[in-house]
Design a protein around this ligand. Sequence first.
Ligand SMILES: Nc1ncnc2c1ncn2[C@@H]1O[C@H](COP(=O)(O)OP(=O)(O)O)[C@@H](O)[C@H]1O
Ligand SMILES: Nc1ccn([C@@H]2O[C@H](COP(=O)(O)OP(=O)(O)O)[C@@H](O)[C@H]2O)c(=O)n1
Length: 277
Amino acid sequence: MWTKHLVSGVSRAYSTVQRTRPFQVAIDGPAASGKSTTAKMVAQRLGFDYIDTGAFYRCVTYVALSKGIDPLDPHSSKKISALAEQAEIGLQTIFSREQDTMTNGSQKAATLPTTRVFLDSTDVSSEIRTNRVSQYVSAVAAIGPVREAILQKVRKMGATGDDQGSSSRLGLVMDGRDIGTVVLPQADLKVFLVADSRVRAERRLQELVRNGADPTRDILDAKAVQDDLEKRDEQDRTRKVSPLKKAIDAMELDTSNLTLEGQVEVIVNEVNRRRGA
Ligand SMILES: Nc1ncnc2c1ncn2[C@@H]1O[C@H](COP(=O)(O)OP(=O)(O)O)[C@@H](O)[C@H]1O
Ligand SMILES: Nc1ccn([C@@H]2O[C@H](COP(=O)(O)OP(=O)(O)O)[C@@H](O)[C@H]2O)c(=O)n1
């Protein structure tokens, strides 16, 4: 049932606008604003590739913590940067067929695209989403040479479509914090997703519960989750290298009062408008 799909009509769209490279969509924004879910669904609707850049920073944080390295100790920067350079990170997004997912314009949760993350060929998809990794990831992402190493890896993956699956090469959706500003400054469409931090915390909490949260390991209090997200956003916004900020030419979309399908629709329509479909 799970197959990578192509959306009919895409090749016609490309014949109207002469492109020298696949259409690029950059999605940035604060934590839990809906970036990755929206990005995957947009990629599925358009038959584009998807790259989750946050997964790269999470993998480096995970490997550093598992080696007993403290990311908050300034003396750890060199060791963590070396780990970032050495890490072999792969992504595999499993898309479902459009007809399986769209019923009366809405998307069934069970058929949302899913992304598996591989670190040195081991599936670490769950391990990189723990609270512990979330608490340290912003510190790791603030280390300049770590960002340099990851920038090279994500650009390479974007250029080759090497995501452990077959590449559609029609287009690319990438999400993170610096995609529109640093990674893909020439992106054809830049979106900056925002949402009220209370709404974001509620959604993250629901997601944790849906994924079988463990009360001994996960923070299951809305206020604590909100504090955690706000703290991470502050760290991401104020770091010296590639801080989280809206690119000057990005379209801002507040998802606080939108449905997932609604925000996907806005972006898909804008992509189609820009490529003359
Ligand atoms: N408009 C929305 N309505 C309800 N839930 C949403 C909406 N947008 C995103 N979500 C949910 O919010 C949670 C956080 O979204 P996610 O895509 O992981 O954010 P990010 O990648 O920005 O951290 C997910 O569980 C997602 O399904
Ligand atoms: N392009 C990116 C992507 C993520 N990151 C860092 O990685 C962390 C985790 O990103 P993520 O997208 O997985 O986080 P969530 O918003 O999904 O919780 C962020 O808080 C940033 O510190 C970054 O600095 N630059």
